[in-house]
Write a protein that binds this ligand. Structure first.
Ligand code: UGY
Ligand code: MN
Length: 331
């Protein structure tokens, strides 16, 4: 049934009345008539919606809510994630981490953020480790004879048993375990780690040695053309086929070199916020975000926000890049 307005006419009737005006008289006068018909129609329609809306009061409290001032919490929006997986790069953000167990790690939750299962297979894994009370890890040299492992302590402390130990590691400490090197890690309290693993690529005849240290004790290296601070955790020697960089930026500092290179990266933003460019996309990032960069992905970082930025970065090194894809590393 047609709805009757308070003006005593149906909306459809008013529209068809306007349409019936003789064409020649659609001059200034007709224009005015049409305008007043439409104005009347609009007024009546507004009156209609006003009368129906007044039944339930609208809730406008979000417009000036304090939450808005604090910023939208994107991670809480249903179905929303900042995580992105592209052919040559990936951004994995904290809201999309899935925790599970990993062989060798007892009473420990692990979240794999970078693995060879990416579209363009990453040649290494990067995962987070959250050790529970009584948590312990035992290496498996028989099952994985070529595997090399690097651990960085983000929080808490661990006790490491190995041929060069025992030693206690706390936040900002790291250790590198070469292939075939037996080691055990025990949680001393609240241990949270980031772990890198890969199959050793035999770039030289010499096998790398166990190595450990503290990032704050490592010197800042000279980085021609750059303003960020760079530390390298592992010795720059041919037997180490990857290195782990610690990179520090003050707000406003950025990567000056527009890098496009064969090396792969596994990055965990430890502190701060900024914009990461990966290929043709520009991502706002913050502490806790993980990034995989495949070979030759254009990459750039600008540190923003109010605090300094620090990230830990895997980079393969001392390998014949031209042969890697053709012959593959031992898996
Ligand atoms: O050494 C590097 O390749 C490093 N500067 N890359 C990066 O931070 N994305
Ligand atoms: Mn790079």
């Amino acid at each position: 049934m047609a709805e009757v307005t308070r003006c005593g006419a149906t909306a459809a009737g008013m529209v068809s009345a306007a349409a019936r005006l003789p064409v020649p008289r659609r001059t200034a006068l007709a224009g005015r008539r049409l305008t007043s018909v439409w104005f009347g129609l609009a007024t009546c329609a507004a009156a209609l919606s006003f009368s129906s809306a007044s039944a339930t009061k609208h809730d406008y409290t979000s417009v000036f809510s304090k939450d808005r001032d604090a910023g939208v919490k994107f991670e809480n929006l249903p179905g929303f994630t900042r995580s992105v997986v592209e052919r040559d790069h990936a951004l994995i953000t904290p809201e999309s981490r899935v925790w599970s167990g990993t062989p060798g790690w007892k009473k420990t939750n692990t979240a794999h953020l970078i693995t060879p299962s990416f579209p363009m297979a990453a040649e290494f894994t990067m995962y987070l480790v959250d050790m529970q009370e009584g948590g312990v890890f035992q290496s498996d040299e028989k099952g994985q004879p070529h595997l090399e492992r690097f651990i960085f302590v983000v929080e808490g402390s661990i006790f490491v048993k190995c041929a060069d130990g025992p030693l206690t590691l706390k936040d900002d400490d790291f250790a590198f375990f070469p292939p075939g090197y037996a080691h055990q890690i025990e949680n001393l309290g609240g241990a949270k780690l980031v772990v890198y693993e890969r199959q050793h690529f035999y770039a030289s005849e010499t096998v790398p040695a166990f190595h450990h240290g503290n990032t704050e004790e490592k010197p800042n290296l000279v980085t021609p053309g750059e303003i960020f601070k760079l530390k390298k955790c592992l010795p720059e020697q041919e037997e180490y086929d990857f290195n782990i960089h610690i990179m520090d930026f003050e707000p406003g500092e950025f990567l000056n070199v527009k890098e496009v290179h064969y090396n792969q990266h596994g990055l965990l933003l430890l502190e701060g916020q900024g914009i990461y460019r990966l290929g043709e996309r520009w991502y706002p990032v913050q502490a806790g975000d993980a990034i995989w960069m495949g070979p030759f992905v254009p990459q750039w970082y600008g540190a923003l926000g109010k605090k300094r930025s620090r990230y830990i970065l895997y980079k393969d090194t001392y390998r014949p890049p031209g042969h890697l894809m053709a012959h593959g590393a031992p898996h």
